[in-house]
Design a protein around this ligand. Structure first.
Ligand code: FAD
Length: 631
């Protein structure tokens, strides 16, 4: 790929020798500095490299041997590091920032080693469900640093050189209408978007003999796929058989059609159900074991597969995909948005223009292109354009879930279906983008408004509970639970780690903490506990769900609001994962898989079907793309 060539600059510099986590005073003076009288910037200027590569406003900062207060500056000034210390002797810088990250690791150690250094607090920024990610996802070199975690959480921790680290979210595809470049790379299969679908399509195409490039616009891979907390649906798996669960592909098909209110494309649903056990077997073959089988919403039998021991399914799977990708040497490029599809005069897709963070625009010419760029729940403008009533709503999605892929596909005349079908989740924690799992209400939490009153059946369907919350003053609600309920669900402790849950020894004190009238809250709970006794609830909560009283302190409150969770609509595909155009024909060389596509989930997605879709359609898209490239 096109690399930023700083060879001339860096070759003339020496690498500062540095051992892991060395204190500054122990840092040895640069051992073999070629020209000590000359500082790094002078060397650089002499080589003429700074001109043209670095923006004029940054040039001054560089020529002073540092850049303002950012980390490159402080490292050069205080830590005796130099350009090559971070950039390596060759000075190459790809868009994934591989070389600089090797520099960080060389001096400080990798994430695991850093996690030991910062193990003190409750939240350890170097150890998380995101698994192995780049140091530069958070620490900027010549730009401010910012904690990537806080795109979804609101951790109150500091990072040095803190500021607004520029983060690419929505891509303005319109702006790139005429984009092109003389810099061209050729590949068999280009995959756009490195979430679950993208990794699986790319790995499958590679295994089928194709050369592959996988591009991702964000500084970390994983997309929404790594956020999935629950499980993956599959029928007739070895895990179900071991537990004597009499599920069939046909029942999964029927449940999915019914869940989607019968507007799904039955051919695609059939592919989903028929291939689900095969997809599970494929996952097993790469070392992912989803052997815990639970009941999921809208399912006739237990088919919601999760890792044994209660780990969240999404981060578990994505961390395995990342490991396999690394082992197989898959070319994954971060900070590399696809900004335009290259389409020839016959309408065939021929590749894409990529605008790399450092390399700028370049073209990848591909025999097949697979679109796996995910949904658009994190793009309020687009959501509201289909559903005005969702104005102002939060989301459970990662910040890059903006739906640029739909604009890319439009350029190739792709057809779209079910665009108005957008799933709302009732319980996103207020003040963060963190989903509070439905299981909290499942194990007995009640829901009150700012007056301290209950107002709806907590366990009604997602759309109804969401609408009920939005009808309350302030459009948010509190989940209220007691110590018994808290102890019955592990994940609730996680919400304490995340500072999303508040606790107090009595209901009165809890009421004060969350600013609701104490008398109302106490009466509400009294009335609810009576309903548990009589099995008769004024909001018609089903008797079998009136199980646990709210009675034992300390009591807990979590503020929630409905958020945009999943976009069912997207580009139209056929059972070979080919993208279909407005004339209802497959677009040559163009494939799609995952949340960017529509038709599988109809008007409502069943929990667990989405991860299943990423594996099944990711595999089909990858195999067909490789086959097409070999023609
Ligand atoms: C909090 C949460 C919990 C969930 N729980 C479950 C669950 O338990 N079970 C279940 O089945 N489903 C669940 N889902 C849904 C499921 O996780 C996703 O729908 C699914 O993983 C989507 O996978 P994908 O690969 O299609 O997209 P993603 O994983 O979102 O990947 C798309 C990638 O493409 C990138 N991209 C976008 N535009 C471009 C561009 N122009 N160029 C380059 N890259 C681009 C994005 O940044 C992203 O990384 C959950 C979702 C959320 C948010």
């Amino acid at each position: 790929m096109k690399k930023l060539l700083l060879v001339a600059l860096f070759a003339s510099l020496s690498l500062v020798a540095c051992k892991k986590n060395q204190a500054p005073e122990e840092t040895p003076a640069p051992a073999q500095t070629a020209a000590p009288a000359e500082n790094t910037a002078q060397t650089a200027e002499k080589a003429g490299v700074l001109k043209g590569i670095i923006s004029p406003e940054n040039q001054k900062a560089y020529s002073e041997g540092q850049k303002a207060a950012y980390m490159a500056g402080t490292h050069i000034k205080d830590k005796n590091a130099d350009c090559a210390g971070c950039h390596g002797e060759t000075g190459l810088l790809d868009d994934s920032e591989t070389q600089v990250n090797e520099g960080c690791v060389g001096c400080h150690g990798d994430l695991d080693e850093m996690a030991e250094v910062t193990a003190k607090g409750e939240i350890n920024p170097h150890k998380s469900h995101l698994g192995k990610i780049n140091c530069t996802a958070c620490h900027g070199g010549h730009e401010p640093s910012a904690i990537y975690c806080n795109n979804c959480h609101s951790f109150d921790i500091k990072i040095s050189s803190e500021g607004q680290k520029p983060l690419l979210k929505k891509i303005d595809i319109e702006k790139y209408k005429n984009a092109s470049s003389d810099v061209v790379e050729n590949v068999d299969v280009l995959v756009i978007g490195a979430g679950g679908s993208g990794h699986i399509a790319a790995l499958t195409a590679k295994n089928n003999g194709a050369s592959v490039i996988l591009v991702e616009k964000m500084p970390i891979p994983g997309g929404n796929s790594q956020l999935a907390a629950g499980g993956m649906n599959a029928a007739e798996t070895i895990y179900q058989k071991a537990l004597n669960i009499p599920d069939t592909k046909e029942t999964m098909f029927q449940d999915t059609m019914k869940g989607g209110k019968n507007i799904s494309n039955p051919d695609l649903v059939k592919v989903l159900a028929d291939n689900s056990a095969g997809s599970m077997a494929w996952l097993t073959s790469i070392g992912a074991k989803l052997s815990a089988v639970n009941m999921g919403g809208g399912a006739t039998y237990k088919r919601f597969h999760a890792p044994e021991g209660g780990a969240a399914v999404g981060s578990y799977l994505v961390n395995i995909y990342k490991d396999v990708a690394e082992k197989e040497g898959l070319d994954v490029r971060l900070n590399s948005p696809a900004v335009k599809l290259i389409v020839d005069e016959t309408g065939a897709v021929k590749g894409a223009v990529i605008d790399g963070k450092h390399s700028g625009p370049y073209e990848i010419h591909a025999k097949s292109v697979v679109l796996t760029s995910g949904g658009f729940s994190a793009n309020p403008d687009r959501v509201v354009s289909y559903r005005p009533e969702y104005t102002g709503m939060t989301t459970s999605n990662q910040p890059g879930a903006t739906g640029d892929g739909l604009d890319l596909a439009k350029e190739a005349d792709a057809d779209f279906i079910d665009m108005k079908q957008i799933q709302i989740h009732p319980s996103i924690a207020v003040g963060s983008g963190t989903l509070i799992t439905e299981a909290v209400r499942g194990v007995g939490a009640i829901m009150v408004n700012h007056e301290g009153n209950r107002f709806y059946d907590e366990l009604s369907t997602r759309d109804k509970v969401s609408a009920a919350i939005l009808a309350q003053p302030g459009k948010t609600a509190y989940l209220i639970l007691d110590d018994n309920i808290r102890k019955s669900l592990n994940q609730i402790e996680g919400y304490f780690h995340l500072n999303l849950a508040k606790e107090a020894p009595t209901l009165e004190e809890l009421a004060k903490l969350i600013n609701v009238p104490a008398e109302n809250l106490v009466n509400t709970v009294k009335e609810y506990n009576k309903a548990v006794d009589t099995k008769k609830d004024k909001f018609d909560k089903k008797p079998q769900t009136l199980e646990k009283k709210v009675e034992k302190g300390p009591f807990v409150a979590i503020e929630i609001a409905p958020g945009v969770h999943y976009t069912m609509g997207g580009v139209k595909i056929n059972t070979d994962s080919q993208v279909i155009n407005s004339k209802n024909e497959p677009i040559p060389n163009f494939y799609g898989a995952g949340e960017v596509t529509g038709g599988v989930h109809g008007a409502n997605r069943l929990g667990g079907n989405s991860i299943s879709e990423t594996v099944t359609f990711g595999r089909i898209a990858g195999a067909k793309a490789a086959e097409n490239a070999a023609k």
